[in-house]
Design a binder for this molecule. Structure first.
Ligand SMILES: Cc1cc2nc3c(=O)[nH]c(=O)nc-3n(C[C@H](O)[C@H](O)[C@H](O)COP(=O)(O)O)c2cc1C
Length: 409
């Protein structure tokens, strides 16, 4: 991809990128193909958002351009190996610092979000216990004492909110369960009742929490849809119609995606939604896989996870798991509403990460999971076939593999 600096209509200084695009699907594919090309003007305003990131990359590219033809291949390979290792270490330090600074790892005064995450974790433990086939009477005493302490501390420091009410409802159900089984621990009962009394005086409304009884028929009736057809008809769409997508439709999709399961129901995800054309352009300018279609999208999303919800070292990757699952739900929700969408990778390094955070005003505690573009489908469109691997490459017979490797229980 070459670029020249030109004067554009006497007003703005622009870069011109000459990009070869596939003539059929309009996705950059075959850089050598002479069949078609597009010229994309990126105004300086947009370019400045990428500032440092661009200039560093440009510098390296220029250097590679000068030295490339005269440098032996073994030096280039060695350089690439060493340089990528250096970048890896550098980016790992960036991730480490980020998690240490913003996560919910133990600290003297946990943030509101982290304390809320701990409360949710512990009340959800009780919900899980109550939903077992045969809950053990009196289970979870240690976690309940911790939960009650955290709830008092939360109300003292931040006041009451939905989390408190849900937690107290769960504790109420726990107490009722133990009353039915004649297994009430006196100290726990007193602690829960004191908390209930405190919450009863607070100006917060009742919310759900605890467990509910369902029948197989209820679940199956709602769940047995033709999911094979639904999955098979979702494609990454890289061609959108001009018709704008109303905000209500996006809200419905996000609300649906909220049903995604998450670790201890912590729901750390967030989705930053953009429809302003300038902002969309500026956001997409940081992403490297939307060329030829990003600008047609009615909405652009940045999906993130707030790491303050993750409270131990073992949870350091949880943001990508929960955020990734939420992202998939969002794509499916958009599909179910008849919209087209394309996931957009955020496989970028720290400089790009910092730049996008700035442009999109991402909260400092949020880790960026991925981007996505969505819009109405045109009457006719092409999609990539994206052939899938054979089932046997994905589905491993674990028992047979273990036996082959001579593992015993
Ligand atoms: C996390 C993620 C990032 C992706 N990033 C891009 C991207 O930057 N640009 C793009 O055109 N497609 C992107 N895709 C779409 C994939 O190319 C596509 O999902 C895959 O080829 C399967 O095709 P399908 O979605 O049509 O089933 C991404 C998909 C995922 C899950």
């Amino acid at each position: 991809m070459g670029h020249d600096r030109i004067k554009c209509s006497g007003e703005v200084d622009c870069f011109v990128f000459r990009v070869r695009l596939c003539g059929v699907c309009r996705v950059s594919r075959d850089w050598q193909s002479p069949t078609c090309h597009a010229i994309i003007l990126i105004e300086r305003q947009q370019l400045s958002a990428r500032g440092d990131e661009m200039s560093k990359t440009d510098g390296r590219r220029r250097l590679a351009g000068y030295l490339g033809p005269v440098t032996p291949q073994w030096i280039k390979t060695t350089y690439n190996i060493l340089y990528s290792r250096w970048r890896l270490i550098n980016n790992c330090i960036y991730d480490y610092r980020f998690f240490r600074r913003w996560s919910g790892l133990p600290r003297l005064a946990p943030s509101r979000i982290s304390l809320r995450a701990l409360i949710t974790m512990n009340y959800h433990r009780i919900e899980k216990g109550l939903s077992l086939r045969e809950p053990r009477p009196g289970f979870g005493k240690y976690h309940i004492e911790k939960l009650v302490r955290d709830l008092h501390s939360y109300i003292d420091r931040f006041g009451p909110d939905q989390t408190i009410v849900v937690a107290v409802n769960v504790l109420r159900e726990y107490l009722e369960f133990n009353r039915r089984h004649d297994s009430v621990d006196q100290a726990i009962r007193e602690q829960i009742e004191a908390l209930q009394e405190r919450v009863a005086k607070l100006p917060v409304c009742d919310e759900r929490g605890g467990s509910i009884e369902l029948t197989r028929a209820q679940i199956q009736e709602a769940g047995m849809i033709d999911l094979h057809r639904f999955f098979a008809s979702r494609h990454s769409v890289r061609h959108f119609s001009h018709e704008p997508v109303p905000r209500q439709l996006i809200e419905r999709a996000v609300a649906m995606a909220q049903s995604t399961p998450s670790v201890c129901n912590r729901q750390a995800w967030r989705v930053y939604c953009f429809q302003d054309p300038d902002t969309k352009r500026a956001v997409l300018a940081h992403q490297n896989g939307n060329l030829g279609f990003g600008e047609q999208a009615s909405w652009v999303f940045v999906i993130t996870c707030d790491v303050a919800h993750f409270v131990s070292v073992g949870e350091r990757h949880q943001a990508w798991v929960d955020g990734g699952m939420f992202s998939m739900s969002l794509l499916h929700a958009l599909h179910s509403l008849g919209l087209g969408a394309c996931a957009l990778n955020w496989s970028r390094e720290k400089e790009a990460d910092r730049a996008l955070r700035k442009t999109a005003a991402i909260d400092e505690r949020d880790v960026i999971i991925m981007l996505a573009a969505a819009g109405h489908l045109p009457e006719k469109l092409r999609v990539a076939q994206s052939a899938r691997k054979h089932l046997h490459e994905v589905m491993i017979d674990g028992d047979e593999r273990r036996a082959r490797r001579g593992r015993t229980a």
